[in-house]
Design a protein around this ligand. Structure first.
Ligand SMILES: [Zn+2]
Length: 295
């Protein structure tokens, strides 16, 4: 079984990216796993602090580990947007493969200091754990917002990216390159798409040579995603698109028969809806490889 670091290094060579999908219940986890298995591509499931609190940190660790072992399949678990060292340590001790340590709201020097400390502490618990750090502003929640926030002042510069990677010892960097968490209503309807600053991705990659994650990629223009992956993005986070598919599937499943109360007859409709959303993104992220080649 390949380790997450090996899987990510492989993406550098074949110009693919690993899809990262947030899960907060069994419907989402089953759907993401089914999509990855169908395409035979590695996948990362993530859970933010709120999602972890709902499912249970140790329980999520056990669920993902059991899938990986039973099916001998490269599914990995990431502690998304972790804002304190205590929560990061909890995830590391629960078997998470990676932690996004996010104190990007703090001034740069303080972000560096705390992230460096997190890298040191987490690697002492598990030397193989991957730590991701974040600089710049990519907005807050993965939900449907009323208007597009102005994030233009929070874009990551190649110079600060280099300094941040070198002074913290992180494995993965999450830059702000036009991406943003959540979507606005017109994006749900497909009327407008998010656009990325590809040149900035290229420069950050050449300055840092680090593994790079693109957060908040829901409703991003497909061609921009392809180019960003070619420019050096290794992980792409999709959350809101799956949440929208989850809601639609739940409504459809509940609406089919008013008298139905059996969860395992209602919920498969939601699983299928989310699976289709994950499949379309995984196909795009893995277009650079021959999918029939498998893992
Ligand atoms: Zn994120």
């Amino acid at each position: 079984m390949q380790k997450l670091r090996e899987v990510l290094e492989q993406t550098q060579k074949n110009e693919t990216a690993v899809g990262h999908f947030n899960v907060s219940d069994l419907v989402l986890l089953k759907a993401v796993f089914a999509a990855a298995r169908e395409l035979k591509v590695p996948v990362i499931v993530g859970a933010s602090e709120g999602e972890r609190e709902f499912v249970g940190v140790r329980q999520l660790g056990a669920l993902v580990r059991s899938l990986r072992e039973e099916f001998d399949f490269p599914i990995f678990l990431n502690a998304d947007h972790t804002h304190s060292l205590a929560k990061a340590v909890e995830a590391a001790k629960s078997g998470f493969d990676a932690v996004v340590f996010d104190v990007s709201v703090l001034p740069f020097a303080e972000n560096v200091r705390q992230t460096r400390e997190a890298v040191y502490t987490l690697k002492a618990i598990n030397p193989e754990i991957l730590v991701e750090g974040e600089i710049g502003d990519i907005g807050s929640g993965s939900e449907i917002h009323d208007e597009i926030p102005d994030l233009s002042k929070g874009l990551t510069t190649p110079a600060e990216a280099k300094e941040f990677v070198e002074s913290t010892g992180i494995d993965i960097l999450a830059p702000a390159v036009g991406n943003m968490h959540g979507v606005v209503k017109s994006m749900v309807q497909g009327k407008i798409k998010k656009r990325l600053d590809i040149e900035r991705v290229t420069q950050i990659k050449s300055e840092t040579r680090a593994l790079l994650t693109l957060h908040g990629a829901s409703a991003t223009d497909d061609e921009d995603l392809r180019e960003a992956i070619r420019a050096g993005i290794n992980i792409v986070h999709i959350n809101t698109e799956l949440r929208v598919a989850w809601r639609r599937g739940m409504e459809e499943g509940l609406g089919r028969k008013a008298q139905e109360v059996v969860p395992y007859k209602i919920l498969p409709v939601a699983v299928e809806s989310v699976k289709q959303a994950a499949l379309s993104r995984l196909r795009l992220f893995n277009a650079g490889r021959s999918l029939s080649q498998g893992r």
